[in-house]
Design a protein around this ligand. Structure first.
Ligand code: ADP
Ligand code: MG
Length: 290
């Protein structure tokens, strides 16, 4: 796919080819491995808060996996550990077969807040990681234009973030996360601040983008319907200290449209996850739409 050709030639730092270190037996098709992950924080008063306990999961290459769980159960902590942004945990994580020691170009991250720089154009925001990673500026600009077209923002390259809607800003954040052509996209409640209709549309768009870009996607959400709609597999987390209480394969055919909410299998899966979360004492946000 020329639009999404790899930039590794241009950046000249193919770190993913440097001697992989497996943390445990994982098939060659494994993109993410988490083993016995536990993490405690300290409060201001110095009291420990156990955020995660014995979290184990794998994500296969090309798979779309979501973690759904109640607020405060440790979802963001899992994502930040995978992204190399949080240390001080026990257990191990590997991404692309390499133990995570810090941020890696294997990964692109999208957070709930698009975090665009208000004084830079959309195009200049999307090319920003290229500056940080010292990628070829011309190639970055070209790729940024292609990615903006992919996320439905062709024609908005020279706008400022303040001229975009919330959904458009998140599209730009997704394009920015894909700029360095990571193999894995991590998203932390990327649509949590959007209204329900925009969110539904963004879910359809994210499914399309993930399929077209051919990425492994790991999504954090507290929307059960969103997780079922988008995923090949849903990992359900207990309330804090978070652990995976069930893995659910979602066999619904793709591409999926929003009409899927009327599908009995969709409805029964959503209900099943809601029951699981009720049993764990969490209070997930469940509305008709999500
Ligand atoms: P979620 O994303 O599921 O809402 P988080 O991973 O953000 O959950 O947080 C899990 C728990 O860890 C929460 O109780 C939260 O208050 C606590 N926590 C998160 N980050 C910190 C931190 N930097 N210092 C202390 N406690 C934290
Ligand atoms: Mg969170």
């Amino acid at each position: 796919m020329t639009m999404l050709r790899r930039l590794s030639d241009e950046r000249g730092t193919p770190s993913r080819d440097a001697g992989p270190t497996l943390v445990s037996p994982a098939s060659p098709g494994t993109a993410i491995t988490a083993r016995n992950l536990s993490k405690a924080y300290a409060t201001n008063a110095g009291e420990p808060i156990q955020a995660l306990t014995q979290v184990n999961f794998d994500v296969a290459v090309g798979e779309f996996v979501s973690i759904v769980g109640p607020s405060g159960c440790g979802k963001t902590t899992v994502l930040r550990i995978l992204a190399g942004l949080v240390g001080g945990y026990s257990g191990s994580v590997s991404v692309g077969g390499q133990v995570v020691h810090g941020p890696t170009p294997e990964i692109g991250v999208v957070f709930q807040d698009a975090n665009l720089m208000p004084w830079r154009t959309v195009l200049a925001n999307v090319t920003l990681p290229g500056q940080v990673l010292r990628l070829d500026p011309k190639a970055c600009k070209e790729r940024a234009r292609q990615l903006l077209a992919l996320v439905g923002l062709a024609g908005f390259e020279m706008k400022l973030p303040g001229e975009l809607s919330g959904g458009m800003r998140q599209r730009a954040a997704i394009a920015r996360a894909l700029l360095h052509d990571p193999r894995i996209l991590l998203l932390d409640e990327p649509f949590g601040a959007l209204d329900a209709m925009t969110r539904d549309n963004m879910n359809v768009e994210l499914a399309r983008i993930a399929a077209q870009a051919g990425k492994t996607v790991f999504l954090i959400t507290h929307s059960i319907a969103e997780s079922v709609f988008l995923s090949d597999r849903v990992l359900v987390m207990s309330s804090r200290p978070g652990r995976i209480i069930e893995e659910i394969a979602i066999d619904l055919p793709r591409p999926r449209s929003l009409d899927i909410v009327a599908d009995p299998q969709f409805a029964s899966t959503v209900l099943h996850i809601r029951r699981l979360l009720e049993d764990t004492g969490g209070s997930p946000r469940v509305t008709l739409a999500h």
